[in-house]
Each structure stands twice: as C-alpha cells, then as structure tokens.
Design a protein around this ligand. Sequence first.
Ligand code: SF4
Length: 446
Amino acid sequence: MAEAAINPWGVTEIKDYTRLFEDFGIARFAELLDQVPEPHFYMRRGIIVGHRGYEDVLRAIRDRSTFAVMSGFMPSGRVHLGGKMVMDEIIWHQRMGGDAFACIADMEAHSVRNISWRACREIGVTEYLLSLIALGFDVEQGHLYFQSENKQLRDLAFDLGTEVNLSELSAIYGFQGETHISHMISVLVQNADILQPQLHEYGGPKPTVIPVGVDQDPHIRLTRDIASRMRMFRLERREDPDQKPYISIRAKKANSRAFDELARRLEGEKKIYELHIDLLGIEEPQLEETMRAVDETVRAVELEYGGYGFCLPAATYHRFMQGLTGGKMSSSIPESYIALTEPPEVAADKVKRAKTGGRVTIEEQKKLGGAPEECTIYELLVSHLVEDDEQVKEIFEDCKSGDRLCKACKAEAAELMYSFLKRHQEEREKARELLKEHERYKHWLE
Ligand code: SF4
C-alpha cells in the first residue's frame, strides 16, 4: 500500500508517483502549468509533481491579490539539496507577491529527534536560515521564526487541538500508547504553522500554499481537515430533485447571533430554517462565482463573531531526489547527499563518484546511449545546476543518443556544483552579517 510509504518521520521512497494521484487525491501539477505566470523550472520540469487546492493561490497570483506561502525546516542535521528545493519554492512565491513565512521546527526536532534546544538554535540559524537568505529570501518582507519562541503559534496550536483527538492522530501517524505527548503536541504546532499566516495579525484569512515533499502530505491533509472543522458554517453545493443547483449553509459552531447576522446579509432568494439556510434560484453558470461571494460573506461574519474563517491551505509537492549513491538519500551516508555548507571541492568529488545511468563501456554508451532518467548526475543538472530548459533538453538527447559520455558529463556537473556552492557560501556570509544587524533576528547569533 502506498499509504504506508507516506510518513513525515520515516524514510520515504516513492517509486510510483501515479499512485499519489490515485490513492491520495493529490492533483497533477501539470494540469495547472499553463496558467502559472513565469513558472519556476521545478514546475516546468515536473519536479513539482502534484498539488492540493493550488487553484486559489494561482488565482491570487494572477489577480495580484493577497496570498501567503509558508514552509518549515526541522533542524536535525545539515541543510542539503532537498531543503534547497523548499527554499527555492518559498522564495519564488515571495517574488510572485506572497507574504512569506519560514519556520524552524525546533519543537518538532526536540520532541521527535531529541535534539537539544541549543543545538536546534545553532542548526536552525547556521544551516537553514543562512542558506534561505543566501538563496534570496527577502528578510524585510518575510517572516522567520522558531516555533518555541512564538507564543501566538502555540496558542493557536492549543486551540486547534480542540478539533483533534488521539484516535485520529493514531490513524494518521501510527501513534500508540507509548508515543510522547510532546510528539503529539508538535503535530498541532505544525498545523498551527500552516494556518498562522491567516491570523488577524497577518491580515486575516487568505489563500496559503505550503511547498513540501510528498512525505509531508499527512500534515497537509490533517490541517485542511482542522481548518474546515474550525469554520462556524459549512457551505455546500447541492441539487434539488429537479437537478437545479442551490447553496446550503449550515451553522456548525456558530451561535444564533452569528447565524441571524448571516441570514440578514445574504442576498437573493433564500429559505431560512433553524441554523440552516438554502440559497435558491442560482443558475449553473453563476454558481462558482456566487459560491465565492457567499463564502466571503460567511467568512466576514465568522471573523466578526470571533471565528478564524480559515481558507483551506493549499500545498505543492515536489519529487524526492534520489541519493548520489543510488537509492535513498540518507543523512547517515554522507556520500549520498550534498550539504549546502560542505566544502565545494568535497561536493565536487562526490559528484564525480556519483552513480550514473551510463553503460559499462564507452563503446556500448556510444552505440546504445545512456539512461538519463536513472542517472543521479542528470537529476542534479535538471534539479539544481542548469537554468536553461533548452540546455537540459540537449543534455537529455545527447545522453540518449550516445553523443554524451559520463566522464565529461560528470566533470561538467562537478564544476557547476563547485561554482554554485562557492557562490552560495559567499552569500551565506553576507546573510550572517545581515542577521547579526537585524533588530528582530540578531539575538539568534548572540
Ligand atoms: Fe548521466 Fe551524463 Fe552519463 Fe548521461 S552522460 S548517463 S546524463 S552522467
């Protein structure tokens, strides 16, 4: 079962991405691609493979209306190329106009991996945040935080906990009697991370996208469920016996004052029952637009009467990179990954030793061509080192035809990796200086 393969704290290897769509209801990102303005190359190249509910974020990008992007990093080891993918996606959305949030999940690292608070701080800043800023995160416009320092986040987590019980966490994450309570709390804190950008303090409810690897989908699904449960009203499209559409609005957590206020504000033909309203006389072509307008009115009433009015958070999912040695990338096998903080010459050597999709002999390769789809070098080039799509296409075709040979190809990738890391590490030093002088963040480096 693919279900067992998706686990935020396990070692995840997805062999067949089509099962994500069939078994989990993740939508294919490719279906939205032509609507994305200036898509990132992760999107163009199918590295971002799926999404949930990204349509609302896309609409906000196109309309230049408010939206947010948020993701987090567990400070449990060195920042590597997998983390870079999330960082690049946060930064891309920030540049597209999103209010950007990046969190260091120190409560998760402390509770799940038993990492000391001091180490969480050290790793969080010097590995993750410096690289995020070096890659282009705008510190002035965005928000950086540690979970443990954020009281508002912890208060929200507590509130969200009113809508989740132990049986549900056990079903999703396999929690059992011996699971630590703080591990369970860290799940709620992550739910709160995802919904925090929609708090009043940050401008209220808005479309929010969480760029993650597919292993994080359980958190996304749970948070979407909780966000929906926290709403005071439930909106549904329905059809009457003559198949005419109508909108049903039911009070779930709303008191009678909020309900009366909503009934007063909703325009058009309506039937009002006890804590339930049906909006009638809506023609199919106007249904979607009317739903959106009604949703706005409902949300405004919820906010006025003390609710959160959350929009369902969206997510994009990127593929996992395979390890350089083939198989999984593992922090216990240094040869299998490249850290953004390791000496560029060490990283370049790892690239030269990486597993390729080449043939056993040069003659065979020239005759039969290589297998770029199985090659870790090609994956590095596509995912991180070559910006130009035409060049990527050329590399693929030259490899397939046997015109490209592995020794030269590896040397080229090693050189690109060396230059990238050298430049990145210089930018990290500038980021360190920036943080040191930043009023909000300087205490992290003291
Ligand atoms: Fe991989 Fe390059 Fe060899 Fe092709 S030529 S298999 S892309 S290393």
